[in-house]
Design a protein around this ligand. Sequence first.
Ligand code: PAF
Length: 287
Amino acid sequence: MTGTFNLPPVVRTVADLRKQVAAWKREGLKVGLVPTMGALHNGHLELVRSVLKTADRVIASVFVNPIQFGPNEDLDAYPRMEAQDREKLASVGAHLLYVPTVSEMYPNGFASKVDVSGVSEGLCGGSRPGHFSGVATVVTKFLLQAAPDVAAFGEKDYQQLQVIKRLVQDLDIPVEIKGVPIVREEDGLALSSRNGYLSTEQRGIAPALYKVLQSTSTAIAQGTPVSDALAAGEQDLLNAGFDAVDYLELRCASSLVPMEAFDRPSCILVAARLGTTRLIDNLTFAP
Ligand code: PAF
């Protein structure tokens, strides 16, 4: 990427972030927020492009949030590449990069958390205990710190998006939450910062995740009993070379309650492992 774009200024404190947002609001500008953990790919850039359609100014945050990682997860290994991320954000016209430190977000004595019941339960909430509490807490903080008019999140993290919509509604946070469709590679693999962990062999297997979502949704739409279609899909993933399937489930698209019959707008969600890398994906469809 060349340096032909204006790099967005970087702020690292809540005070500096608020100062900039207040100045924009005094000018009557609409402010958008794109929270990320960095290692940006085209999926993240699509979030920025999407917010730019309705907001005059876009803030992207980059913060690898320690409290959403479990003890045996990839917090230390998670890629950190601020300079490259800043250039990518410049290329799509983001106006400000917010990179708080861990101590800025969680100073000594920090003792609060946001727990969202219902939508946080099961799926990734089941296989990653505490994960959604960490996400809900940090996103609530970002929304209070930046006070954006609109904030965008990828539909790839479908359960996360429902958790965030729920907390914004429950806590009366005045922000529009925009879900942005999944960006995929040509072979169907959903873009993810974790794809970079895959070996060449694993990368060859990974697109089976989306193929199985497609075949399972087709089978369900054609009348195969839900439990049979999901069992076949899980077996197909193992046959394709996945080492383990954390879950493959059919849920109501809005409340995420488990569904035994396909009788309303639905989402099939999957998490499966290739070695130590855990990939997730989903597909929404309706009767
Ligand atoms: O989706 C992510 O990258 C993170 O979970 C988020 C929303 C930025 C919170 O840390």
